[in-house]
Write a protein that binds this ligand. Structure first.
Ligand code: SDX
Length: 431
């Protein structure tokens, strides 16, 4: 970190403290307050971390005002158009676009790790058939540390690398198995002659009774969805992975923690909640009622797929997703998709409404993704597992960066305590 000459002065009570200010390559300056408690005896207070940089990172950058998202400096719309998911995985993990030889080697390494230990099938058997796939993949990811114990030592760079490749390669297989288990169909093994997205679609939709031919347009759309969800700075689930990793927990346990956090409807669970909301709205004429509910302070209802902590302009991923929705539905010959009609009209009305304009609420990555996944044949319960499958490379890249940072310490925030002060125990007969 380049420590600029700039400093910030903080005066309170009888103290005046100086703190260094660091300038990033992009984004706001940061004030280094690490010595605040030791020198000033006070904490900062920032629940939700709206004004807190938790780490130094070189992986992903978001400009919320411009609606820009960069993976290692490359704009997401260029990567979505010109790259493909495994190349994006290499970029996020190692920092640069691969040469042709590097890419071929990386794809071969991931392909070779797509199968899971055969004993894992019995782990699935413990779940009810109607278990939510997110419950299953959270459990199975955590269990991977029991199956792949030879890649859990985080002090060994080789084991960290193997764990990373194993998780990127196996999460699609585990996610597809969770889907097959929920529909009572046999698990489908991965195939080494298929690309990453085609392999996932085949593991989800192939049945032993007939050949499954991946549709290249659907595979391309699936691959693009993986790329759009791959990483996103220090969002809630990534911060969860970093915090879990800061204790020295094994990589599989850290990613399981990230999956659990992503499941929340305010985060990755919003894609499922959004499509269910669009279906509940049903038709365009019902939209005003829901817009009114979203604006009503006394109504907990929020427009799912709208708003973002960082984007105060369009989420660039939503733009790409919207184009992809038109393409996929057109390919599938679905021209009167009421859900897509409701989504587009809802977006139009919301973006012209003072409430949404004043609060800078725009569609986010979850607003259109569900329309595409639904058209592809996925149940809404598979939407967040697909988000988790995509984000696994981002979580791992951020986890590797943290483990490799010599200054990293166990994350241990403090608090503003408002509870009872010291008092003596009272026997029950005296209360
Ligand atoms: C993801 O962080 C990431 O990067 C996440 C993510 C990633 O790739 O990792 O981008 C993925 O999680 C996208 C977000 C998916 N979630 C949703 O679509 C759920 C609906 N949206 C929200 O609940 C909300 O917008 C959040 C959680 C996304 C952001 O919440 P913030 O930043 O804490 O904002 P806030 O709750 O303080 O809202 C600010 C104001 C509030 O009104 P006031 O209290 O100021 O009067 O805007 C209102 C909110 O009530 N508001 C909404 C709204 N979102 C915010 N009102 C109606 N509908 C909404 N969707």
């Amino acid at each position: 970190m380049m420590a600029d000459k700039k400093t910030a002065t903080l005066s309170f009570a009888d103290k005046t403290l100086e703190f260094p200010i660091y300038s990033p390559t992009a984004g706001p300056d940061v004030i280094d307050i690490r010595k605040l408690y030791a020198d000033g005896g006070v904490f900062t207070y920032d629940p939700g971390f709206t004004s807190t940089a938790s780490c130094e990172s070189k992986i992903t950058f978001i400009d919320g005002d411009k609606g820009e998202l960069l993976y290692r400096g490359y704009p997401i719309d260029q990567l979505a158009e010109k790259s493909h998911f495994l190349e994006v995985c290499f970029l996020l993990l190692y920092g640069n676009l691969p040469s042709a030889v590097e890419l071929e080697d990386f794809e071969a390494r991931v392909t070779k790790h797509t199968m899971v230990h055969e004993q894992m099938m019995y782990f699935f058997r413990g779940f009810r058939r109607d278990a939510h796939p997110m419950a299953i993949i959270t459990g199975v990811m955590g269990a991977m540390s029991a199956f792949y114990h030879d890649s859990t030592d985080i002090t060994d760079p080789w084991q960290r690398e193997v764990a990373a490749i194993r998780m990127i390669a196996k999460v699609p297989t585990i996610s597809a198995m969770a889907y097959k288990y929920s529909v009572g169909q046999p698990f489908v093994y991965p195939r080494n002659d298929l690309d990453f997205a085609s392999n996932f679609l085949r593991m989800c939709f192939a049945v032993p009774a007939e050949e499954y031919e991946p549709n290249p347009i659907l595979s391309r759309a699936m691959d693009r969805i993986f790329t759009l969800h791959a990483d996103h700075e220090q969002n809630a689930s990534t911060s969860t992975v970093r915090l879990a990793g800061s204790s020295g927990a094994n990589p599989f346990a850290c990613i399981a923690a990230g999956i659990a956090c992503l499941w929340g409807p305010a985060h990755g669970g919003a894609n499922q909640a959004c499509l269910e909301m669009l279906r509940e709205i049903g038709t365009v004429d019902q939209i005003p009622e829901y817009i009114a509910r979203a604006k009503d302070k006394d109504d907990p209802f929020r427009l799912m797929g709208f708003g973002h902590r960082v984007y105060k302009n369009f989420d660039p991923r939503a733009k790409v997703m919207k184009e992809s929705a038109d393409e996929v539905l057109d390919l599938l010959g679905i021209d009167n998709n009421e859900t897509l009609k409701v989504a587009k009209e809802l977006e139009k009305i919301a973006l012209e409404d003072e409430y949404f304009i004043s609060k800078k609420l725009y569609p986010n990555v979850d607003f259109y993704s569900g329309v595409i996944l639904d058209a592809m044949g996925f149940p809404t319960s598979m939407f967040t597992p697909i988000f988790a499958l995509s984000r696994t490379v981002g979580w791992i890249s951020q986890w590797k960066e943290m483990i490799g940072d010599p200054t990293q310490k166990i994350g241990r925030p403090r608090q503003l305590y408002q509870g009872a002060t010291m008092r003596d125990y009272v026997d029950v007969e005296d209360r």
